[in-house]
Design a protein around this ligand. Structure first.
Ligand SMILES: *[C@@H]1O[C@H](CO)[C@@H](O)[C@H](O)[C@H]1NC(C)=O
Ligand SMILES: *[C@@H]1O[C@H](CO)[C@@H](O)[C@H](O)[C@H]1NC(C)=O
Ligand SMILES: *[C@@H]1O[C@H](CO)[C@@H](O)[C@H](O)[C@H]1NC(C)=O
Ligand SMILES: *[C@@H]1O[C@H](CO)[C@@H](O)[C@H](O)[C@H]1NC(C)=O
Length: 276
């Protein structure tokens, strides 16, 4: 679910042939520089977003991406739909990842293989940059390639009970504390989504399992920055997963409360800021 969201979310930003990054072995090398302070996506040439299964990268192609984030930001690389010709040493076709801005940096990993729905684990940089190189050979076996996302880690931001958890990134994931392990009793968790002016907030709950009894635990969703603003569809409890919500302003406030009795796995969802 998480992966699917990312793929859908980034479709608009992607190009099918990455002309700034890719070249044949007869051509001078290229490197596309990507600022991933706001997360970005890139893909092997020929990657077809509407039909990943029908994708095929060209033979004899090299692509190089040098990705950085501004200081203070963690950089993570995640792959989707990874499929590159397998050899035991990955010495025919490969994806190599270095822990720096070029290939003089320490090698983190060399990847190849057809992994189907299983994808390589995300790779986190030690510093603020990663260098990624894709190489295809000149035989006839061209596979699907990959779609990748670079940017801050898609980690779950949970409740910390010290006040509202404020979300200002353009997209992300939120959840109850300890999700998917049961949340605690007597919790008050507040989530405040603050989109820039001119944008609205889309909220999609993937999972929603609160205590059976509506008097025990509940979630209130407000179309504005605090509980003083209009509620969206009232109170949500038990297995009453809220529908996809689209705010009318640039803020959404969620307030989750649990009592001293019963608990459940809680909720988990995605948000994104979208131009109004
Ligand atoms: C990278 O992108 C961020 C966010 O868009 C921007 O604030 C920053 O200035 C950019 N950094 C560089 C070096 O271009
Ligand atoms: C991508 O896949 C769709 C659906 O199969 C197909 O209609 C389209 O022509 C493909 N695009 C390219 C560029 O191959
Ligand atoms: C592509 O990746 C998405 C997201 O991970 C997944 O749902 C889909 O099954 C994958 N498709 C193929 C053909 O590997
Ligand atoms: C990160 O870089 C520092 C400084 O070069 C090094 O001491 C440390 O071992 C590196 N950590 C990892 C996990 O590679």
């Amino acid at each position: 679910m998480r992966s699917l969201f990312v793929v859908i979310f980034f479709l608009g930003a992607l190009s099918v042939f990455d002309a700034d990054a890719c070249f044949s072995s007869q051509e001078p090398p290229k490197i596309r520089i990507i600022n991933a302070t706001d997360p970005q996506a890139f893909a092997t040439p020929g990657f077809n977003f509407s039909d990943p299964e029908g994708s095929a990268y060209p033979p004899d192609t090299i692509c190089q991406w040098s990705v950085f984030v501004d200081p203070g930001t963690v950089l993570q690389l995640s792959f989707f739909n990874f499929s590159v010709e397998y050899t035991t040493d990955c010495n025919e076709e490969s994806v190599t990842v270095y822990d720096g801005s070029d290939d003089s940096a320490p090698l983190i990993k060399t990847l190849c293989g057809e992994l189907g729905d299983v994808v390589p684990d995300p790779i986190t940089s030690n510093g603020t940059s990663l260098f990624i190189r894709f190489v295809s050979n000149d035989d006839d076996l061209q596979l699907k390639g990959f779609l990748a996302r670079v940017g801050y880690p898609l980690e779950v931001t949970a409740c910390d009970r010290t006040g509202p958890q404020v979300f200002t990134r353009p997209e992300g994931i939120f959840a109850t504390e300890n999700y998917p392990v049961n949340y605690g009793n007597n919790e008050l968790c507040e989530y405040l989504f603050q989109a820039p002016e001119g944008k609205v907030v889309h909220i999609h709950f993937s999972e929603f399992e609160l205590a059976q009894d509506c008097n025990d635990d509940w979630l209130d969703v407000y179309d504005g920055p605090s509980a003083a603003h209009g509620a969206f569809g009232g109170r949500f409890f038990a297995a009453m997963r809220p529908p996809k919500l689209v705010s009318t302003t640039n803020n959404v406030y969620l307030r989750f409360e649990s009592d001293n009795d019963q608990s459940n796995s809680g909720f988990y969802g995605f948000y994104e800021f979208v131009s109004a």
